[in-house]
Write a protein that binds this ligand. Structure first.
Ligand SMILES: C[S@@+](CC[C@H](N)C(=O)[O-])C[C@H]1O[C@@H](n2cnc3c(N)ncnc32)[C@H](O)[C@@H]1O
Length: 297
């Protein structure tokens, strides 16, 4: 990829993009990715801006799928969404293939919750921790505190019920699911490690990577080996696959920069992602958050 010095500029300073063609068009107007599955590190607030600078591409790959905010903008038949967390991938398959079943299940569970609040939430939480059913993951995510997915060290979902909320009303849930289902036609979903998912990407494809990032300069983030990630980025460069990586940023006046090797990317863009949800949850000061987007094109 050469040793181009990275550029740092806000995305609004990018030249207006007049490219047309293969998959330049994207669907969602700014801020309109409907909130189906809130997920830690969601890129809902940035998705439209990231989509607007995606290069022309044949197939789209999103190997750290989570709540899939960018997938909503770039999905088209042949796109591939994957994540290491199998219940999450099973959930996305339900949205694509069985929306009526998912809506019916949520409606039934929502009604049970109104009759037994918050007891029913904890019944479902225990069941999910035993069975990993994607319908239950959906219900928990819609009704837990601030919709934040949280696990214990042993992998048990352990967030609590959001006492002041009763879950999205089923009518609205139906609308949101149907919007997503319409987008996901022909999208392939896989439960696998990101390396396996991107092994099939070739020149002409576009990969968006949004791995978990803890804000520390450490070798491992959860189970993610940072150096291994950089090696895979180099590998994509060698195969001339275009990619974008969301990885670090600033919160308030603190800097959470990673040491992404300069030789791996061509430029880095600073994206404003709004205010820290974590600060809100912990009743800390509300802080402005910006995140970096590294590009190899
Ligand atoms: C920051 S979240 C992605 C958020 C997503 N962009 C959104 O808008 O909601 C990171 C995701 O990476 C997944 N993940 C962590 N390690 C992984 C790995 N080795 N391979 C694939 N996915 C992984 C996590 O399960 C999580 O869903």
């Amino acid at each position: 990829m050469g040793s181009l010095a990275p550029l740092l500029f806000p995305v609004s300073d990018l030249p207006a993009d007049s490219r047309r063609g293969r998959s330049r068009e994207h669907h969602a107007p700014h801020g309109e990715v409907p909130s189906l599955l809130k997920w830690t590190g969601s890129k809902r607030s940035q998705a439209e801006r990231i989509a607007s600078i995606a290069p022309e591409h044949d197939r789209y790959f999103e190997p750290f799928l989570g709540g899939g905010a960018l997938l909503f903008c770039l999905a088209r038949p042949g796109a591939q969404g994957s994540d290491i967390y199998a219940p999450l991938v099973a959930f996305w398959k339900l949205v694509r293939d069985e929306p009526e079943h998912l809506i019916q299940d949520y409606t039934t569970q929502w009604k049970a919750l109104q009759d037994d609040l918050p007891g029913y939430f904890y019944v479902v939480r225990e069941r999910f921790n035993n069975t990993q059913k994607p319908e239950d993951l959906n219900f928990l995510m819609r009704t837990c505190v601030n919709g934040i997915v949280r696990f214990s060290k042993s992998g048990q979902f352990n967030n609590s019920f959001h006492l002041s909320r009763r879950g999205m009303i089923p009518k609205r849930f139906r609308q949101v699911v149907m919007e997503w289902t319409a987008r996901l036609r022909g999208v392939d979903f896989r439960a696998c490690d990101y390396a396996e998912a991107i092994a099939h990407a070739r020149q002409g494809d576009f990969v968006y990577l949004d791995p978990p990032y803890s804000g520390n300069r450490q070798r491992y983030i959860g189970d993610l080996n940072v150096e291994r990630l950089y090696e895979h980025l180099e590998n994509l460069n060698r195969r001339r696959v275009k990619w974008a990586l969301s990885f670090d940023g600033n919160r308030g006046d603190r800097d959470y920069k990673a040491d992404v090797p300069i030789a791996v990317y061509k430029r880095v863009i600073s994206l404003d992602s709004g205010y820290s949800a974590v600060a809100k949850v912990l009743n800390g000061p509300i802080e402005q958050v910006t995140e970096s987007l590294y590009l190899n094109y």
